[in-house]
Design a protein around this ligand. Structure first.
Ligand SMILES: C[S@@+](CC[C@H](N)C(=O)[O-])C[C@H]1O[C@@H](n2cnc3c(N)ncnc32)[C@H](O)[C@@H]1O
Length: 286
């Protein structure tokens, strides 16, 4: 895709806006992919009635209440349960047999958004008999998204798509076993999150907090520039046990990363990689 070219003065103003957000609110969006961030901040200006990025910055520094709403423009929560069913089928058929060999498991879902990816994995692990030995760490930078993930309530209109994805992923139970219709939504069984921890964590600024056997971080790196992608992939590599698995989104790869040598392709088509014994480039460089 050809990078969009924006006027130089807007780029400077956007830099200053992101710097102000970082210094005032401690959220770091400076390493995000520029084109899409630029367009989203233009939409935010429109929403807040601001004439440009400088005006938005001026107001944000004085009106903290605006920031929570701005987070909705800075982050994108688009997701589905069992999104890209072939990925979940590959986990089920190819990764699960390896996971079974560990007596206890930790799964890190980095950028879990409103929880669709977590509930998919929790259901898959229950179906495959791994749930009782697993702890799920669900992290995101958006507190609003994490609250929704923890509530586990999804619009009923989305359920047919989730059901079809679950079937295509090789699900061998009925998705309807896991939710009840209430409050105008599908309320997922709270037992699914009995072994889950939901926490704020930024791949841009925070460190590794746990050892993991599987890191699933899908459709998060696409919002980052190359440097920030490298940082996140370094964290995944540090977190994974030797032989642990990393799953990325359909449009994401670690091929061009400085950490590529620390992973081996496991199912390249489904963007599933395996941590090998080679030291992370970042560690080797230190
Ligand atoms: C498009 S959603 C991905 C949802 C889900 N993983 C999937 O593939 O369907 C991207 C998520 O990444 C989160 N995110 C953005 N920047 C992040 C960061 N620096 N650290 C952690 N999560 C981040 C956003 O808040 C958003 O919830």
């Amino acid at each position: 895709m050809i990078d969009e070219v924006f006027p130089a003065h807007e780029e400077i103003e956007l830099d200053l806006l992101l710097e102000a957000i970082w210094r005032h609110y401690q959220y770091d969006f400076r390493g995000y992919s520029r084109g899409s961030l630029h367009r989203r901040m233009e939409r935010a200006c429109h929403r807040f009635g601001c004439e440009g990025f400088s005006h938005l910055q001026h107001r944000l520094l004085r009106e903290p209440a605006m920031f929570a709403e701005l987070m909705g423009f800075l982050t994108i929560q688009v997701s589905e349960m069992f999104r890209d069913p072939a990925y979940f089928r590959a986990l089920r058929e190819k990764v699960v047999p390896h996971l079974r060999t560990w007596p206890s498991l930790k799964v890190w879902i980095a950028g879990c958004a409103n929880g669709e990816e977590f509930y998919s994995l929790a259901i898959l692990f229950r179906e495959e008999g791994l749930e009782d030995r697993t702890i799920f760490y669900c992290t995101d930078i958006s507190p609003a998204a994490l609250a929704k993930a923890e509530a586990g309530i999804f619009d009923l209109a989305r359920i047919p798509q989730f059901t079809e994805n679950h079937r295509l992923s090789g699900g061998h139970s009925s998705l309807s076993d896991y939710y009840t219709a209430a409050y105008g939504g599908a309320v997922f069984d709270k037992s699914l999150r009995a072994r889950a921890v939901f926490a704020e964590h930024s791949l841009a600024t925070d460190q590794v907090f746990a050892e993991a056997h599987l890191v699933s971080s899908r459709n998060v790196l696409i919002y980052f520039d190359r440097g920030l992608q490298d940082r996140a992939l370094g964290l995944f590599g540090e977190s994974l046990v030797r032989g642990g698995f990393l799953g990325l989104g359909a449009r994401e790869t670690l091929r061009f990363s400085r950490h590529a040598g620390a992973f081996a392709d496991f199912d390249a088509g489904e963007r599933i990689y395996r941590r090998n014994t080679v030291a992370l480039q970042a560690i080797a460089d230190a």
